[in-house]
Write a protein that binds this ligand. Structure first.
Ligand code: TYD
Ligand code: MG
Length: 470
């Protein structure tokens, strides 16, 4: 242990404040409405640690300034669980002394992932402590049986008292520790039930401090709900070193592990898993999986080439248009942003002359994926136009391009990577922005159709009709 950390762990100076349970905003008096997160009735009287003597930083309050060049970096190797998808998202394994927060909806598979990673490290002959406040050791054992984990070197701890957990971890001396979940642990001398924002925050700071002192990496699970209603992980993101989100739709078996913040690597990386009978399995060729059930005469279906981090991924975008039976037309977007869809519909109507104002429009990204990249705009537009005009699309065509308000098709980043993946999956034609396609040599077997405007794209992709729409 570094000498200046000694005796500095828990201080007992606390004060009473009102804290928003949604975003962590503090106020000296009770407020009905939170001006930060706009929540109503979210303030709860809470004890928080005062900044004096301990503070909110895991580092000592007095340490001399050091010249950057004088700081030596010890080459401590990262832990490498046997999951390339997990390591990819972390930027090459788990850094010693780091605190990694894995958040996601309840039931999405956080505990499963953490148990599998723990077992992977334990298999390498290293000790791992798995502290679960959510499930009894018996339940964890049953889960481990399902995952075919034997569990040598994996120490289960069904405890929620954080100081107790830390004591146990110190006596075991693990190479990795898991806390499942941050909402169930508590510090005894702090008021507030486990899961309240002050407990969550103080516990994370305590764990952060312990991780830095002991150089043991910690993986911490945290639940979030879709509305962010339950206090927690959001308010912790600035404290911890790495934030990963495990996401997916409950009806779909696919899970995406996404890096949101990473002090040791790039964010934007995505790991893709499939939840099966034996836990989470890595998906090595995601494009093939997401395209596997595609029809060969697709109407209202276009494949887009997106980039998830540095990884190209082909996804099928489907659209269905139908005359509105009464009242306002409905627009539904699954997997893309609804506002983005509204924009694309507006551009299709105004700039390409498609009469969509009396059409219900549903757009769906197949496989339960969520895509936030505007490079899928053109695929969305083409799928809507194809469904509306009842024209088949070329099944070997992929589309890329962002759509601007004046109907222009705008450049996308790294078109080469996307095209290479498209060829690998057997696609032979690509329609996309001139700005991206004209400056590159397409991979062998790929014909490119460069367009400037949405109108041009519609004419090129929906060939059999002289004028799109009607
Ligand atoms: P879990 O890891 O408990 O979720 P979290 O910790 O995020 O709340 O995952 C629970 C779901 O995963 C549950 O609905 C059952 C499913 N599951 C499988 O489909 N296969 C498995 O092998 C395991 C262990 C869980
Ligand atoms: Mg769990």
């Amino acid at each position: 242990m570094l000498p200046f950390f000694k005796g500095q762990t828990v201080t007992k100076s606390y004060k009473t404040l009102f804290v928003c349970q949604q975003c962590g905003k503090e106020s000296p008096k009770w407020l009905g409405h939170c001006s930060d997160c706009q929540g109503w009735n979210t303030f709860v009287e809470t004890q928080v640690r005062t900044s004096r003597g301990g503070g909110t930083s895991p580092f000592p309050s007095q340490s001399p300034a050091l010249e950057l060049s004088q700081i030596t970096v010890e080459d401590s190797p990262r832990l490498l669980p046997p999951s390339s998808e997990f390591n990819r998202v972390l930027g090459g394994g788990i850094v010693p002394g780091s605190l990694v927060l894995i958040s996601g909806d309840p039931g999405i598979g956080k505990s499963t992932l953490l148990l599998q990673v723990s077992a992977g490290i334990a298999q390498q002959g290293k000790k791992v402590v798995y502290a679960s406040g959510e499930e009894s050791s018996y339940q964890t054992r049953m889960r481990a049986d399902r995952l075919a984990i034997k569990g040598e070197g994996l120490y289960l701890l069904a405890q929620t008292d954080l100081e107790g957990i830390i004591q146990q971890m110190e006596s075991i001396g693990p190479s990795l520790a898991v806390i499942d979940s941050i909402q169930t642990v508590y510090l005894r001398d702090l008021e507030g039930a486990p899961g309240s924002i002050s407990q969550i925050r103080e516990c994370t700071l305590r764990l952060m401090q312990w991780a830095k002192v002991s150089a043991v990496p910690l993986l911490v699970a945290g639940h979030v709900t879709k509305e962010g209603a339950i206090a927690g992980p959001k308010a912790l993101e600035h404290i911890v070193d790495v934030v990963l989100y495990l996401e997916g739709e409950s009806f779909s078996a696919y899970r995406l592990l996404r890096g949101i913040k990473n002090r040791f690597g790039s964010t934007n990386e995505v790991g893709i898993f499939e939840m099966g009978e034996h836990g989470l399995a890595e998906v090595e060729n995601p494009s093939r999986v997401f395209l596997s059930q595609r029809s060969q005469q697709p109407v209202g279906s276009v494949v887009a080439a997106t980039l998830e981090g540095t990884r190209p991924l082909l996804v099928e975008i489907q659209a269905l248009t139908n005359v509105t039976s009464f009242g306002l037309p409905r627009r539904t977007a699954n997997g893309i942003d609804l506002n983005r869809l509204q924009l694309i519909i507006a551009v299709l109507t105004k700039r390409a002359g498609l009469r969509l104002s009396n059409q219900d429009i549903i757009v769906n990204v197949v496989g339960g994926l969520k895509i936030s990249e505007p490079a899928v705009d053109l695929a969305v537009a083409l799928s809507v136009a194809s469904s509306f005009s009842d024209r088949e699309m070329d099944p070997n065509l992929i589309a890329l391009g962002e759509i601007g308000l004046s109907g222009e098709v705008r450049a996308v980043s790294q078109p080469e990577r996307r095209l290479v993946e498209a060829v690998r999956q057997g696609f032979t034609r690509c329609i996309g922005p001139q700005a991206s396609l004209n400056s590159l040599t397409p991979p062998r077997g790929m014909e490119t159709i460069a367009v400037n405007s949405l109108g041009e794209a519609l004419r090129a992709a929906l060939k059999s009709k002289s004028k799109p729409g009607m």
